[in-house]
Write a protein of this length. Structure first.
Lengths: 142, 152
């Protein structure tokens, strides 16, 4: 189990520790099978080139899953994910690491729940935020 | 560009908004959850390891947040042709209300909330916002997902 973060200890503006993912073409094939998304731009390079892409690209939903993991890791076993959003602004190809990063934008209580809003994103090796997003989690209190 | 302007008329827009997919029901299998967690390379035991997950607050295995995407049936066919054959996923927003567990029966309904024509770096594009609602066998809405499909 990962460590637990408590609502009491969160501060607005605090950075969240990064999560590095290393997607490969094999992972894209595994994800295609597990998700049922067999669109060829994710595993067939010739098909991708025919669509004016230089290489196969990561499924948007796989990047969404990376951000999901980022949040479920961060909130720990006692946290609950309430909202997760992202926009696919830039394309990412396998063979290069992609890093999830984020920071806390708001800490508040609502209807008896202890909530935290986060700004999160995936960043490529050039530092481009290809997949900006946001999340809301409910955290335990001490 | 030979694309007629606008490609999407207000009348077409009104035809599309509110259209729903027929409900589609599917069972959540434990093996499918574990395969999904393996595919996204998430080693959180609550998604992978039944024995360890028993000790979690859920009392057993649950699905990772974006697993529901694999339940399919989230695209509602448009009632007209558009002069674009390429499709991109623009992004999505999930709201979560209950955990998804092995053995759950999930009913998926997708509804077109909005459709708009825009111009951007891909030229003229049609952005469709679809809200997919996932309901379990206890009639609980477990999650909703608003997603933006881009035709260009």
């Amino acid at each position: 189990m990962k460590g637990q973060i408590y609502w009491d200890d969160v501060t607005e503006g605090m950075d969240m520790s990064p999560l590095v993912k290393n997607p490969t073409t094999q992972q894209l094939v595994k994800y295609a099978g597990a998700s049922g998304d067999y669109y060829q731009i994710h595993y067939d390079k010739d098909f991708a080139k025919g669509n004016d892409l230089e290489d196969v690209i990561l499924h948007g939903a796989l990047k969404n899953a990376f951000l999901g993991q980022y949040m479920t890791d961060w909130m720990g076993p006692l946290g609950s994910l309430a909202m997760l959003s992202c926009q696919y602004r830039g394309m990412d190809s396998p063979g290069q690491p992609i890093t999830a990063k984020g920071s806390v934008t708001r800490k508040y209580q609502e209807e008896g729940r202890n909530l935290v809003d986060c700004e999160i994103w995936l960043e490529d090796t050039a530092g481009q935020k290809t997949t900006p997003g946001a999340a809301t989690v409910e955290l335990p209190i001490r | 560009m030979s694309t007629p302007s606008p490609a999407l008329t207000e009348e077409m827009r009104q035809q599309a908004i509110g259209l729903e997919s027929p409900p589609f029901t599917t069972d959540v299998e434990k093996g499918a959850i574990i395969k999904f967690a393996e595919a996204i390379e998430d080693d959180n035991p609550v998604f992978n390891d039944e024995a360890a997950a028993r000790g979690s607050k859920y009392g057993g295995l649950i699905a990772p947040p974006t697993f529901l995407r694999s339940m399919g049936a989230y695209r509602v066919p448009l009632p007209f042709e558009l002069p674009f054959d390429r499709l991109l996923d623009g992004g999505s927003e999930w709201h979560y209300f209950h955990p998804v567990r092995p053995g759950d029966r999930i009913t998926v309904v997708a509804r077109i909330e909005e459709i708009k024509e825009r111009s951007g770096r891909l030229g003229t594009m049609i952005v469709t916002t679809t809200v997919t609602t996932y309901t379990n066998q206890l009639d609980q809405v477990v999650a909703t997902q608003a997603s933006n499909g881009i035709r260009y």
